[in-house]
Write a protein that binds this ligand. Sequence first.
Ligand SMILES: Cc1ncc(COP(=O)(O)O)c(C=O)c1O
Length: 356
Amino acid sequence: MIEPKKHLKELTRTPITPEDRIGRVHRLDRNERTTPFPKEHLRNILNSITEDELVAYPEVEPFYHKLAQWLNVKREELLVASGSDTSIKMVFEVYVQEGDEVVVISPTYGMYVVYCKMFGAVTKEVFYNPDWSLPIERVIAAIGPKTKLVTIANPNHTGTIIEQEDLIKVIEAARKVNALVLIDEAYYHFYSQTMVGYVRQFDNLIIIRTFSKGFGIAPLRIGYTVSNPEIIKQLYKVKQTHDITVISAKAGSYLLDHLEVMTDYVKEVNQSKEVLYQRLPPMGFEVFKSQANFVFFKCPASVDGKKLLADLEKMRIILKGPFNNPVPFTGHLRVTVGSVQQMNMVCDEIKKLITQ
Ligand SMILES: Cc1ncc(COP(=O)(O)O)c(C=O)c1O
């Protein structure tokens, strides 16, 4: 057998299953937008693509300028990539080498640990307390002379957030040891606090965002990085020649011109969360408040989470879980928040199943 690179020998990836979901099931497992993209806006986006554009390599500058303007940053402080997953990987490609330490708050978005393995880094995991609290002192204590990168999703995969003043403490601690801080604001639109405004103040700060969540266009694969021009210049070195497609760029520009598509969806998600907060606790579930488009809940002792999920799946309702580890996920189920109607439907079905 021809050997892969030594770091890759230890790396296993979870297969993406099951497929055959779109239009067939209630997709409440991947934190995508679960309601259809408004038809009229879809038509407008498709109509804006010309015959010429469809045969040429994509011209993405108009999108860059629109995005920079919306973010209130300079063009050279911005780098777009095919999904924020790629944006994150580019940071590892440019800055993380064998033996470097990377601080990761766990549990979180799984790809940080995957990239640590891929690039031979030592993962320094900082775990939440069982009560979902995360003392920032522990994150700071994990930063040492070998730290190259600190990754923080804010809001995190737990739905919890770290306050800006604490993020600043982490950035300052990392700065002292010449380490970068990557703040992943994938779920920014559901929370609305951002560190983008700090990239000029801190030369070790990288912000990553996506169009997959609040803007709701996960399949079009648009992620972007905001940082100082020097970091952006370095990241540019590992950029694919052509990454996002012209359709993605056009859709991205369109959504920036029609922010109501995003704000209406965010409003709907926030209303729908209330349905879960109100209806699940009386059934015995412990529900955790979330600043993102998903909600975690813990089954009471009388309910077998695995069976509940399997029963829901038979009804074509797909949730995620039960999570095995680490805390605070243990034994929890996760539901992507969709429309009020969808959330009521999920609660109705759960109620029926647990009272059978
Ligand atoms: C915190 C976080 N960051 C990044 C991503 C990657 O998103 P995408 O590659 O679709 O931009 C996800 C996807 O679920 C995520 O949850």
